[in-house]
Design a protein around this ligand. Sequence first.
Ligand SMILES: Cc1ncc(COP(=O)(O)O)c(C=O)c1O
Length: 401
Amino acid sequence: MNRSYSRFVQRLGGRGAGAWAIHGRALAARAAGQDVVVMSVGDPEFDTPAVVGNAAATAIAAGDTHYTDMRGREALRSLIAGRHRARTGQSVNADNVVVVPGAQAGLFCASMCLGNPGDDVVTTDPVYTTYEATLRASGANVVTVPLDASRHFRLDVGRLVSAVGDTTRAIFLANPNNPTGTVLAEDDMHAIVDAARRHDAWIVADEVYAEQVFDAPFLHFASLADARDRLVTVSSLSKSHAMTGWRLGWMVVPSDMAAHLENMMLAMLYGMPGFVQAAAFAALNECEADVARMREAYRRRRDLVLARLAGCDAIACVRPDAGMFMLLDVSATGLAGGEFAARLFDEQGVSVLDAAAFGEGGSGYVRISFAGADERLEEGCRRILDFVGSLGSDASRAALR
Ligand SMILES: Cc1ncc(COP(=O)(O)O)c(C=O)c1O
């Protein structure tokens, strides 16, 4: 048989899909009982708050295990809409909300709902690894705007504005960004909205780290009145509530787009599990203190990693404003990011990602996650320093260059 596959699935391969190999090796080594420090993934080590699990268990016991509404249950959508209104001032209700299995699915749905072959979609480089495949899925061309390392990866908004033109269908932005941990400045957001309006493009704002902003002023795109008629906000409980495995996210969209998304959900999913929605309801209603506690822990962990690695001349940390990731410039070690990550894992059992997986702009950097427990981070930093120390004179010479 000629086992050929669709052009659609061919578009899903690429850099992002291969980036996780080292993480897979780390998980396998850990499962085999080896002493590895996993700093390659943004999965909170916190347990999901107990009230969330209890709500799911109660729902299961009550038989909430059947098909549900395509868009998500009205009560949950109203709760999400109310929370979004309170945070942004955007006047939305349950009709503007579609519940999806994680922000990742929300990004995919946005891509498929907005993009056509031949359109351009604009995003940054670096950006979260899945973006490339997700945006290409629709057949659109992905136009990337480099984030300049010399500006600590802060957006040069002029470059983004000049990348937006009449063929631009949408601008997809992770704000806060993964892997850089930066947040967009308000003036830059206004400039982005102006460019989107001029060229009649959508803005897709991925705000999964919005609850984990430490010390920078943060604004939702939905707070900008001019953005609202062309705005898709994507978010989830994964990071804020330590609920990555529950796969609960949402999209806040104009109501005509919600109707299209309902058709997509019908074709793809046939509704989110009722007990997961019950859990989400509890998470959004009862866990504000947990969210704040976890945010403070991430802030402390960011500062811990910065302090531990500060004395190492061969590594420069890019201080993140938000999220659970940090970029380390390892170019002074003389190793490329991929080589650094591979040797660090082989020699010290610490898994980090080659930041080139997030785009060309990540070359020379690795991304570490500070989602793990404090002791593991301490241990991970110790091993990173040992590893860099073991590179010996080569690294020292390179560091002096
Ligand atoms: C920027 C960004 N967007 C989306 C996601 C996906 O999140 P979810 O678990 O809600 O699908 C991630 C996960 O790491 C992320 O970093």
